[in-house]
Design a protein around this ligand. Structure first.
Ligand code: UTP
Length: 302
């Protein structure tokens, strides 16, 4: 039903206020999870799912993102001269060789919906994926390939959903859903951005992966600024659910793997600890230290 998806859009123009002061001069998408910036993980995730045409929406003070995916001639020349630095050179080049990366700027950070709207010319009349670097999905348990399969079979839009504790629903976009003939897929029947506990239709929230029909662009144009004066992507997708615009139906894939909100301090710390523990290089020593540290904390009653 759905045509093959080839393009990924990564909005990265937000202010990152939850991570100040680090994000005063450094784009939050470049803050590393162990030693790889979160945006590099999502570019890798897109490429591994077969989407090697990547558009990053950047803004003022985000030039370092472009530098990160560009050649760094002096550094590479210096590393190349020393055979002992071959692995370091590979790590530097990995970011440059990943994908064909394009950039568009969002002058004012007027919301995630507005950022996605900036992708219209690049995307054209094709379905496309949106990945948020804030939402870190365990690379060992990928989500995007399943979403792309659902899109190919059913068309429309596909959202990634996750179950959260009822108290946390107010932090996210929340979905009302109905079952389908496939246990792993739900039909989204309504969406509310950051609902109060009384308004929340479920404990299924949007996590930052979307496969969107190009009709979303018209929907975004008709979407007035919502919560916080920002144009919300959730509100635009809700228009497709309500069939005010073409582009539906809207499906949901419930992700049960590990994920972290790395735009938030606590989620960031969890992601760093998990990834550090699982790394072949730093992992063994870090795990041993962590065991001792946790034991010491418990003795201290912490
Ligand atoms: P967030 O809602 O996390 O906003 O954006 P933020 O401003 O980046 O961060 P906080 O909440 O102030 O700490 C979700 C994603 O949408 C992008 C962000 O870069 C992030 O990847 N975004 C948000 C934009 O590209 N433009 C915007 O106007 C807002």
């Amino acid at each position: 039903v759905g045509r093959a998806v080839t393009k990924a859009v990564i909005p990265a123009a937000g202010l990152g206020t939850r991570f100040l002061p680090a994000t005063k001069a450094v784009p939050k998408e470049l803050i590393p999870v162990v030693d790889v910036p979160s945006i590099q993980y999502v570019v890798q995730e897109a490429v591994q799912a077969g989407l090697d045409d990547v558009l990053i929406v950047t803004g003022r003070h985000k030039g370092a993102i472009e530098d990160h995916f560009d050649r760094q001639y002096e550094l590479e020349e210096t590393l190349a001269r020393d055979p002992a630095k071959a692995a370091d050179l590979d790590r530097v080049r990995a970011a440059e060789l990943l994908a064909q990366i394009h950039y568009v700027r969002q002058g004012d950070p007027r919301g995630l919906g507005d950022a996605v709207g900036r992708a219209r010319r690049h995307v054209g009349d094709e379905a496309f994926a949106v990945l948020l670097a804030d939402d870190f999905v365990d690379p060992a348990d990928p989500l995007l390939p399943t979403m792309l399969r659902v899109h190919a079979a059913r068309g429309g839009c596909v959202l990634a959903l996750a179950e959260v504790a009822p108290d946390d629903v107010r932090l996210y976009g929340c979905a009302a859903v109905a079952a389908t003939d496939d246990e792993g897929v739900v039909r989204v029947t309504g969406l509310v951005e950051k609902p109060s506990p009384e308004e929340a239709p479920s404990n299924l929230v949007l996590i930052g992966r979307y496969v969107l029909d190009p009709a979303i662009f018209a929907a975004l144009e008709h979407t007035p600024p919502g919560r916080g004066g920002e144009v919300q992507l959730t509100d635009a997708v809700a228009r497709l659910v309500d069939a005010e615009e073409a582009g539906g139906p809207v499906w949901g894939v419930v992700y049960r793997g590990r994920r972290y909100d790395v735009g938030d301090r606590a989620g960031y710390l969890r992601a760093v600890v998990q990834l550090a523990c699982e790394r072949d290089d730093v992992g063994p020593e870090f795990r041993q230290w962590l065991r001792g540290f946790v034991a010491e904390q418990s003795v201290a009653g912490g």
